[in-house]
Design a protein around this ligand. Structure first.
Ligand code: DLL
Length: 437
C-alpha cells in the first residue's frame, strides 16, 4: 500500500478541494491586489476588483500573466511582501533573455519543501532512504527543492549537485544511495558511465529516481530504468512557481498529480487564451494560491499538456497532468509541419539507438532542412559503409513515418555527442540565428 506525505490533502474529495482552493484564491487575489502595483494596474485595466473573485469559478475573469510580464517587472516589480520578510531567491538560467527572479518567504520555502516531500514519498521514499541529489545547487531550483524535500521526509541526503559523474557513482556505491534525483538526461549519462566502469545495476542500491526539469519520453524512462535498475518517476515544476514539486508521479507512473492545494491548473488554447475542457491539449496555466512573496495569478507556463481527473490506483484525488509534450516555444515548424523533439526521441529509442542526439534545423534556398545526428551504440557500428548508409536510410524512414517530413540522419560514433549534466540541449535552430541578424 502506497504511503502519502499528507493523506488528508492528497486524497481530499473534489468538493472539499474546491472549497479550499476557493478560500485561498479569494485571499490571494486580495493580497496581490493590495500589495503589487503591477497586478493592480492589470486588474484595473480589465475592470476587475478583488470582490469579483468569489470562488475558483471566477478564475477566468483574471488577466493572464506571461514571462514577458515577469521580465518587465524584473527584479522587484512583482514582489508581494517586504524584502525584510523574504529569505531567499532562485532564478532561471536566462538563456533566452533576462533572468526571472523568484522570491520566497520562510513559509514559501516550507510549502515548497512539502511539495517535494510528497514527490519523494510517492516514489517510495521514507526516512530509511539515502537520497542522492544531483540536480544543480545554486540559483537553479532543482538542488534546493529536492534537498529540502529529502530533509523533510528524513532521508539521509547526499547534496552532490551535478557533475563529476564517476565520483557520483563511487559515492552512490560507498554510501548505498537508494534514491537519485537529477535530470533524465543526466540519469541516462550516469547509467552509461556505470556501464563503462564495468558495473551493473546489481552493484548499486538504487531503487527509485525522481527526474524532471526537461521533457523526456516513455522510451527514455524505460531505458533509464533498465540501465540503473530502478523505477523512474517524473517531477515537474518551474522557477516561477517555486521550482520542482508542482506536480509529481505516483506508483501508477501515468502522469503527475498536481499539488492543487497550492496551484490551480487550467489548460488554455495558446492562440486565443480560451479555457479548454479537461482532456484537451493546450497550454498549462497556474495560479499559486499559497505563495506569499511571489504569487502568480494565471501564469502562462508555455508547457503543453493534458489534464485528467481519471481515478488513480494510488488513491490520490489530485488532478493529473500528462508529461509536458513540449513547450509552445519549443515546437519547431519545419516545412509547415509541427515538430517536437520528443517525437524524434521516441523513434530513436524505439529503433534501438541511444538517447544521445542533436537536431539541427536550417533554411537553405528558402527551404527548411532537418539534420539529426544520432549516436550509435558500440554494437551498431559496422565496417561497411554500405551497411551504415542503409541504417541511416532506415532510421530516416522511421522518423518520416512519425513526422511526415524527411530528415537527413547522420549516425555518429559512440560518445561523440556532448553529454549533459543538467538540462540537455538537443536542438540548434539556425533559422532563428539568421532571423536575428
Ligand atoms: O526546471 C524546476 C525543476 C527542477 C523541475 C527539478 C523538476 C525537477 P525551470 O528551470 O524554471 O525550473 O524550468 C521550467 O522546465 O516550464 C518545463 O518546460 C520544463 N520542465 C520542468 N519539469 C519538467 C518535466 C525547473 N518533468 C521548465 N517534464 C518548465 C518536462 C519539464 N518538462
Amino acid at each position: 500500500m502506497e504511503r502519502y506525505w499528507n493523506e488528508e490533502i492528497e486524497t481530499m474529495s473534489r468538493e472539499d478541494m474546491k472549497k479550499l482552493q476557493s478560500e485561498r484564491l479569494v485571499k490571494q487575489v486580495k493580497h496581490v491586489y493590495e500589495n503589487v502595483k503591477y497586478y493592480r494596474d492589470l486588474m484595473d485595466e480589465k475592470g476587475i476588483k478583488p470582490e469579483d473573485i468569489k470562488s475558483t469559478d471566477d478564475l477566468c475573469k483574471l488577466p493572464f500573466l506571461s514571462k514577458a510580464d515577469l521580465r518587465e517587472a524584473y527584479p522587484y516589480g512583482l514582489l508581494a511582501k517586504p524584502l525584510s520578510e523574504c529569505v531567499r531567491i532562485h532564478s532561471t538560467s536566462g538563456t533566452t533573455g533576462k533572468r526571472v527572479v523568484a522570491f520566497y518567504t520562510q513559509n514559501d520555502v516550507d510549502l515548497w519543501q512539502d511539495c517535494c516531500a510528497r514527490a519523494i514519498t510517492a516514489a517510495g521514499g521514507t526516512k530509511d532512504d539515502i537520497c542522492q541529489v544531483c540536480y544543480g545547487y545554486g540559483l537553479f531550483t532543482g538542488g534546493a527543492g529536492l534537498d529540502g524535500g529529502s530533509h523533510k521526509v528524513g532521508c539521509l541526503t547526499l547534496p552532490m549537485s551535478s557533475g563529476n559523474t564517476e565520483r557520483q557513482i563511487t559515492f552512490m556505491r560507498d554510501l548505498g544511495a537508494t534514491i537519485i534525483c537529477c535530470t533524465p538526461s543526466y540519469a541516462a549519462y550516469i547509467g552509461e558511465t556505470l556501464h563503462d566502469m564495468g558495473l551493473t545495476p546489481d552493484d548499486i542500491q538504487l531503487k527509485a529516481g525522481i527526474f524532471g526539469a526537461e521533457p523526456w519520453t516513455e522510451e527514455m524512462r524505460r531505458s533509464i530504468e533498465k540501465s540503473l535498475g530502478i523505477k523512474a518517476y517524473d517531477i515537474y515544476g518551474l522557477t516561477e512557481t517555486s521550482g520542482p514539486g508542482v506536480a509529481f508521479e505516483c506508483s501508477e507512473q501515468s502522469g503527475m498529480h498536481i499539488n492543487e492545494d497550492n496551484f490551480i491548473p487550467e489548460i488554455i488554447n495558446p492562440e486565443t487564451g480560451e479555457v479548454l475542457p479537461e482532456g484537451e491539449v493546450g497550454e498549462l496555466v497556474f495560479t499559486s494560491i499559497t505563495k506569499e512573496a511571489f504569487p502568480l495569478l494565471r501564469y502562462r507556463t508555455r508547457d503543453l499538456c493534458v489534464l485528467s481527473r481519471k481515478k488513480c490506483s494510488c488513491g490520490r484525488t489530485l488532478i493529473k497532468m500528462t508529461k509536458p509534450m513540449g513547450r509552445s516555444d519549443d515546437m519547431m515548424i519545419i516545412r509547415g509541419v509541427n515538430v517536437f523533439p520528443s517525437q524524434i526521441e521516441t523513434v530513436l529509442i524505439e529503433q534501438g539507438y541511444s538517447p544521445n542526439y542533436l537536431i539541427e534545423v536550417d533554411r537553405v534556398n528558402n527551404s527548411d532542412t532537418l539534420d539529426i545526428s544520432v549516436e550509435m551504440k558500440t554494437d551498431q557500428l559496422s565496417d561497411k559503409v554500405k551497411d551504415m548508409q542503409q541504417q541511416e536510410r532506415d532510421l530516416a524512414t522511421a522518423i518520416r513515418m512519425m513526422l511526415g517530413i524527411s530528415p537527413k540522419v547522420h549516425l555518429v560514433t559512440p560518445k561523440s555527442i556532448t553529454r549533459s549534466e543538467g538540462k540537455a540541449v538537443r536542438v540548434i535552430d539556425k533559422r532563428k540565428l539568421h532571423d536575428k541578424i
